[in-house]
Design a binder for this molecule. Structure first.
Ligand SMILES: NC(=O)c1ccc[n+]([C@@H]2O[C@H](COP(=O)([O-])OP(=O)(O)OC[C@H]3O[C@@H](n4cnc5c(N)ncnc54)[C@H](O)[C@@H]3O)[C@@H](O)[C@H]2O)c1
Length: 442
């Protein structure tokens, strides 16, 4: 996903692509004056050594998604991104990450989790200073982690902050390997395994908050979805959102379930089978990691319908598919006079091509929200997520209404403000479309 974001941003910036697939390219967003591709600089943390260019090349070789010669034309931008990638942090219980061949980690040897957070936050601040960025948005597009159960110390920031300073970070000291912890750590779970205090996604979230940057969790991992961290982000005035980008089968579910509800057609069962071929699929073949993904995918139908119904979701890794994913769904429903009928659909999409524009949308909208100085959960972004934080609205139409209401409200205020101040470019009240713009970077 990250490599496709980089290719896509560079292609947009150079005018080699149109903004198809970007929600924020709609004229309704123009008044918000969102950052344009020319404003955006990429950096990040990773744990594998494969370069961004090699990742993009491998993807193109397998899935043929980038136009002829595109990667050669944007290799400068990909190299610039590569130069801004720093060694990541791997927590215990990282699941099937071995398929990533970790080689770029540096954070594990730190004395405490707090010192890992400090190091990651420092990386973010250095990145912003080097690139003259006014704001940095942190988007989690790292591999999915196994399910993480919350405990008492995750309920309030006071308790979590106390535990962070005293819990060692070193991998193997307090994790699923069964090793005994050397410093204060959480108690063993029922199965006798030691669980880490926090998964890596939450450590990155805390680093983002520490650096004052909005954090968006595009993955099913825990990230910022912890009461103590939500409390902390609110107090620090930092915008946060998650969980798990809604790009395929779940997008259809959240669009179709409200339709059945509106037409008073009763859903009897909804069975979906998904196959995908990429590295994400390989990571998801670990049952503990898959459980995490299934949790964000399942439950959408019942929440959107307002009643429980029989649902199954399965995910299978089929390597030959490369970056393509296919979902087959069978929806059994009952109508007038109790007659049973069915809807069956096949959705075939390219995983990263569906996800990357949403990551760009989320970064632009999170930057805008931070610019307005508002912290806490950005529930108006619910339509982008499978399991959105801060709202129980699961139907896509309601979620789109939430975003539209937010955009209309801010557009009105922006237009009013623009009319009151002289425009530096000599125009009054016109916002920048998605096109190259120099001088300000995000
Ligand atoms: N593609 C989609 O349509 C889609 C939709 C929703 C969510 N997602 C989620 O986005 C995430 C990324 O998907 P992808 O297809 O790019 O996966 P990927 O496996 O190709 O890339 C994941 C990257 O994360 C890195 N990583 C793993 N652990 C890390 C850590 N602790 N710190 C830093 N980097 C780490 C890996 O080395 C790898 O480079 C997954 O969690 C996936 O479930 C993808």
């Amino acid at each position: 996903v990250a490599a496709t974001v980089a290719v896509g941003l560079a292609a947009l910036r150079r005018g080699l692509a149109t903004p198809l697939g970007l929600v924020t390219a709609d004229p309704a967003f123009e008044a918000l004056n969102l950052a344009s591709p020319g404003d955006i600089v990429l950096g990040g943390h990773d744990v594998r050594t494969q370069s961004v260019l090699d990742t993009a090349r491998a993807m193109h070789l397998g899935s043929g998604v980038f136009g002829d010669g595109l990667l050669d034309r944007v290799r400068g931008e990909l190299a610039a991104f590569e130069a801004e990638i720093r060694g990541g942090y791997v927590a215990q219980n990282a699941g099937n990450l071995s398929v990533s061949s970790p080689g770029r980690t540096t954070g594990e040897q730190a004395a405490s989790l707090q010192s890992v957070i400090n190091r990651l936050a420092e990386d973010i601040r250095d990145f912003a200073a080097r690139n003259r960025c006014r704001r940095v948005v942190v988007v989690n597009v790292a591999s999915t982690e196994p399910m993480f159960e919350l405990r008492a110390e995750h309920q309030t920031w006071r308790r979590l902050a106390a535990a962070l300073g005293t819990t060692a970070s070193k991998r193997g000291q307090h994790g699923g390997t069964g090793n005994k912890p050397s410093t204060r750590t959480p108690s063993p779970t029922e199965g006798g395994r030691y669980e880490p205090l926090l998964p890596a996604s939450a450590i990155y979230a805390l680093a983002a908050i520490e650096a004052g940057c909005p954090y968006v969790n595009f993955t099913p991992s825990t990230g910022v979805d912890i009461p103590a961290i939500i409390q902390h982000a609110r107090r620090r005035g930092v915008p946060i959102m998650g969980r798990d980008g809604k790009t395929g089968e779940t997008l259809l579910k959240s669009a179709l379930a409200p339709m059945f509800r509106h037409r008073a057609l009763r859903i009897l069962s909804w069975d979906g089978h998904n196959i995908l071929g990429n590295h994400d699929g390989a990571v998801l073949s670990d049952p503990a990691v898959k459980a995490s993904k299934l949790r964000t995918k399942d439950g959408v139908v019942a929440r959107a319908l307002g009643y429980e119904t029989d649902t199954t979701v399965s995910i299978q890794h089929v390597p030959s598919l490369d970056d393509w994913k296919i979902a087959w769904d069978h929806v059994h429903f009952q109508g007038f006079l109790g007659v049973k009928m069915s809807l069956q659909f096949t959705w075939q999409g390219c995983d990263s091509i569906l996800a990357a524009p949403l990551v760009i949308d989320l970064a632009r909208l999170a930057e805008f929200h931070a610019r307005k100085g508002v912290g806490g959960v950005m529930s108006h972004l619910a339509c982008f997520f499978k399991r959105p934080m801060g709202t129980d609205k699961a139907g896509l139409p309601q979620q789109i209404d939430m975003l539209d209401g937010y955009v209309a409200g801010h557009a009105g205020r922006e237009a009013g403000a623009a009319a009151r101040r002289p425009n530096r470019r000599g125009r009054r009240g016109r916002a920048a479309p998605i096109s190259p713009r120099k001088g300000r970077r995000s």
